[in-house]
Structure formats: structure tokens, C-alpha cells
Ligand binder design. Structure first.
Ligand SMILES: [Zn+2]
Length: 191
């Protein structure tokens, strides 16, 4: 919604890494080797990728999906980051959204069974692909993800609060309401 409305480029470390592997760059080979053995890609590599991406695309603002997730990653962004938006979601909301989430198997479009009557006709509005539940959208897996979040990502809130860059939003509301708040934050930035 944000990228479409404001025409701001978006990326995620996962997307960049897949591209490096597809292109067969030295870095791509290195990360392929790392992930094949089940290890996680190091903060140093992720940070380097993000810096390269920013040099190419980041002149007029950017949105990161899934970055920064750890304190070392956040510190690398320190000089260029203007504000951080923290979406507060209760465990109950997270569980409800995961249980009702549907995703297009072909193009990745994400929606929920409660919106637009997709439950009766689970077909993607963009590519006619089948809308299905994601295999990793399991309540048991949610517990693991929440534990990771609490140990690795939660400390970022204090980090950004200290820099007075943090804006907390109640994300237990509808996506339209949350989007409205985020839009106002982006618009006041350019004034
Ligand atoms: Zn689709």
C-alpha cells in the first residue's frame, strides 16, 4: 500500500539475496554456501547488501521489509534513518491474522479470508492463481517467531526511542486506519 501510494521503492534482504544468487555474483555464491548448511546470513553481509541497494535506489526515500531485525543492523542504518514506525500488534491479533491469511501461490498477493469474500472463491484477483494458506502460517511456528522477535527485534524499540525517532502505532486496527497514520508520518516528513 505504501509503495503504491507514494511510489517509494521497497526491498527486503531476502529479495536482494535471491537476486545475487540468480546472477551468480561472488556474494551470491558465498550466501548460497552459507544457507545450504542451514546457517543464517551474517549481519555484516546483510548490511553490505542494503548499503549497495541504497546507493542505487535510495535517494528519495525507501521502505525496508524485514530490515533491520537486529541491533547491529539498526546501528548500520543510523546515519540515514529519519524515523522508525513501530507497529504494535497483540499476540491475539497476530494469531488471528495468521489463521485467516491467504496467499496467491503464483504471484504472492496476500489477503485474508474475511476480506472481499475470498473464502467462497479463492482465486487471485491479479493472476487467477489459487489463494491458499501458507505452510509456515502455523500457530506453533508463530510461537517460535514471537520468541525470536522478543529476543532480537524488541531491543530496537529502546534504541530508536533513545534517538527520538520512534513513532508507535496501534496496529490492531484495520489496515486502512493504520495506513492513514503511516501516510501522515510520511507526509509531514517532506514538509
Ligand atoms: Zn496471483
Amino acid at each position: 500500500m505504501i509503495t503504491r501510494h507514494f511510489a517509494i521503492p521497497v526491498t527486503s534482504p531476502g529479495t536482494i539475496l535471491r537476486r545475487e544468487m540468480d546472477l551468480g555474483t561472488p556474494l551470491g555464491h558465498e550466501t548460497e554456501e552459507t544457507t545450504r548448511h542451514g546457517a543464517l546470513v551474517s549481519d555484516a553481509i546483510i548490511v553490505r547488501l542494503i548499503e549497495d541497494w541504497l546507493n542505487l535506489h535510495g535517494n528519495d526515500g525507501f521502505v525496508f521489509d524485514g530490515f533491520p531485525r537486529t541491533l547491529p543492523q539498526a546501528k548500520s542504518l543510523d546515519e540515514i534513518l529519519e524515523r522508525a514506525v513501530w507497529l504494535d500488534v497483540s499476540e491475539e491479533t497476530a494469531r488471528d491474522r495468521i489463521v485467516s491469511r491467504l496467499q496467491c501461490r503464483r504471484c504472492g498477493f496476500t489477503t485474508s479470508v474475511t476480506s472481499a469474500g475470498f473464502a467462497e472463491r479463492p482465486i487471485c484477483p491479479y493472476c487467477d492463481g489459487p489463494l491458499v494458506r501458507r505452510e509456515d502460517d502455523d500457530v506453533a511456528i508463530l510461537q517460535t517467531r514471537l520468541a525470536e522477535f522478543n529476543s532480537k527485534t524488541q531491543p530496537l524499540a529502546a534504541f530508536y526511542e533513545e534517538k527520538s525517532a520512534l513513532h508507535r502505532l496501534d496496529a490492531n486496527r484495520s489496515r486502512e486506519e493504520v495506513f492513514g497514520d503511516i501516510s501522515r508520518l510520511i507526509e509531514t516528513r517532506s514538509e
